[in-house]
Design a protein around this ligand. Structure first.
Ligand SMILES: Cc1ncc(COP(=O)(O)O)c(C=O)c1O
Length: 348
């Protein structure tokens, strides 16, 4: 296969993998959509591309301008990659907890990396300092544009006619359940709206981690990269979320470690969150039903983190990958919140 010479045209059309091997006989059919196959390595390629293309169209982003955003992970990498292709300067605000891998990736794409060091004394996070710095740069640098992924409607919109449509192409009867992890809520809101727009009766399930407040949990430290927010993002459209779960860190990591050993594929920790809850859903449905989890990124960048037994033990976590324990824990999950409303087919 000869790649089109614009790497950005290869964003989207991610493959789907069966996870049936994880499930006991009699459960629903379990699949995962592998967003890590996007060229920048994650689902955020889609959001970044749509935010940039639309900002170009509206004139908010001018040729040769500077893109500024706070991101310690995938959105930053996606913006840096797209900036390289489309000729923008890119400044990404990170913090001391950002992994060396992610910083190296930003620099490899030619982005400038700006590190903030002011920690919030109450919860030990850097999010407020990062956002303040990003706003300051966007307001003071000439010709600067800040996408603001948490409240930019072009983030969820990136999925409505792409990710959701791909899902319906792969599953023409529509999955019975779709499970997605949340942070900015771009993927869950956008995919959910895209499915509703096409009258799919899919139950949309959101997964957040303990310590994150997106679905109303209490604020505290979080350890799953890509998840964990101290506020409710404007991009969360509660009308499209039918059920919400809060999960601990351990099963997120154990789930993807088991998948690596059984299926030979490395997925990120947030994929563990969505797949763990998808297992719960599949255990409660019959074999004629379809449950689809979204995997936001691949696992290579976490090899020195939760794929490393010593790292896990240092964090007080277990490195024992017991499949039967994960199945039992998934079976025992209860939703954190039912938004308790009917599916509104005109929500899109
Ligand atoms: C690895 C990973 N998982 C999950 C998410 C959450 O996706 P969203 O921001 O669309 O809610 C992100 C977002 O950055 C991510 O990078």
């Amino acid at each position: 296969m000869i790649l089109d010479n614009n790497i950005l045209s290869h964003i989207g059309n991610s493959p789907v993998l069966s996870l049936q091997e994880l499930m006991p006989v009699g459960s629903a059919q379990l699949f995962v959509k592998l967003e890590g196959y996007n060229p920048g390595g994650s689902i955020k390629d889609r959001a970044a591309l749509n935010m940039i293309l639309e900002a170009e169209k509206s004139g908010e982003l001018k040729p040769g301008g500077t893109i500024v955003e706070s991101s310690s992970g995938n959105l930053g990498a996606a913006l840096a990659m797209i900036s390289a292709v489309r000729g923008y300067k890119c400044i990404i605000i990170v913090d001391p907890r950002t992994s060396q891998h992610n910083i190296s990736m930003l620099k490899a794409f030619g982005a400038q990396v700006d590190i903030v060091i002011d920690k919030n004394p109450q919860d030990g996070t850097y999010q407020e300092a990062r956002i303040k710095r990003a706003h300051h740069l966007a307001d003071t640098l000439p010709n600067a544009y800040m996408p603001w992924q948490y409240g930019n409607p072009r983030n969820p919109a990136a999925h409505i006619d792409t990710t959701a449509l791909e899902i319906l192409n792969d599953f023409p009867m529509a999955p019975d359940v779709l499970v997605a992890s949340v942070s900015t809520a771009g993927q869950i809101t956008g995919i959910g709206k895209g499915l509703r727009k096409r009258n799919a009766k899919t139950k949309i399930v959101g997964v957040d981690v303990k310590g994150s407040v997106v679905f109303g949990g209490s604020k505290g430290p979080t350890a799953v990269t890509g998840m964990g927010l101290g506020w409710v993002p404007d991009n969360l459209d509660e009308k499209v979320v039918d059920e919400a779960f809060l999960v601990y860190t351990q099963p997120c990591f154990t789930t993807v470690r088991i998948i690596a050993k059984k299926l030979g594929i490395l997925l990120g920790g947030s994929s563990g969150a969505s797949i763990f809850v998808a297992i719960h859903q599949a255990l409660n449905l019959g074999p004629d039903k379809i449950v689809l989890a979204i995997s936001a990124d691949r696992g290579e960048k976490y090899l020195d983190e939760f794929y490393n037994d010593a790292w896990l033990r240092e964090k007080g976590l277990s490195a024992l990958d017991d499949h039967s324990v994960i199945l039992a824990q998934a079976a025992a999950l209860t939703p954190f919140r039912y938004p308790a409303k009917e599916i509104n087919l005109s929500a899109a």
